[in-house]
Design a protein around this ligand. Structure first.
Ligand SMILES: [Zn+2]
Ligand SMILES: [Zn+2]
Length: 132
C-alpha cells in the first residue's frame, strides 16, 4: 500500500511505501504544542518506506528533546515526521498531512495525564497516564 501526503502549502510531498504501525493519540504537552491541537495522532513507519517526492529542501528539523528531531515544512509549518538518533530505522509519523486513507486507526491514548483540560476523550480506546 502506498500512502501519499503533502504539507499545507504543498511544497513538500511524500509517499510511504510500507505499513503504518503502532497508531496512537498522544496527549503530551509537546505534541499538543507542536500541532497546536488537543493531541497528535501518530504512527511508526520504517525510515526506508519514506520517500520525499518533492520539496526535500523545505524540510527543516527542530530538536524537541536530545536526539529527537521534528521535521516540518519551513514554509507552512506542517509537521511531517520525527527522526530519532537512537532508532534511525523508524520515523514517527503524524497522520494529519495524509491525502490517502491509511486504512488504520488509533488504538489507544497515551500521556492522558497531560491532556488538554478543554478536550474530553469521547471514545472507548484504552487510556494511559504516560506512555504505556
Ligand atoms: Zn509547506
Ligand atoms: Zn506526545
Amino acid at each position: 500500500m502506498i500512502h501519499k501526503g503533502r504539507c499545507l502549502c504543498g511544497r513538500v510531498a511524500y509517499e510511504i511505501h510500507g505499513e503504518l504501525t503502532d497508531v496512537l493519540n498522544c496527549h503530551c504537552s509537546m505534541c499538543r504544542k507542536l500541532h497546536a491541537s488537543a493531541f497528535r495522532t501518530r504512527a511508526k513507519v520504517a525510515t526506508s518506506a519514506w520517500k520525499t517526492v518533492r520539496g526535500e529542501g523545505f524540510i527543516k528539523f527542530y530538536e524537541s528533546s536530545p536526539g529527537e528531531h521534528k521535521g516540518f515544512c519551513s514554509e507552512c509549518g506542517s509537521s511531517l515526521f520525527t527522526r530519532f538518533d537512537q532508532q534511525p530505522e523508524v520515523l514517527g509519523f503524524p497522520l494529519g498531512t495524509l491525502d490517502t486513507d491509511p486504512g488504520v486507526k488509533p488504538t489507544r491514548h497515551v500521556f492522558v495525564g497531560s491532556k488538554a483540560p478543554w478536550y474530553d476523550i469521547a471514545d472507548d480506546l484504552p487510556q494511559y497516564e504516560d506512555m504505556d
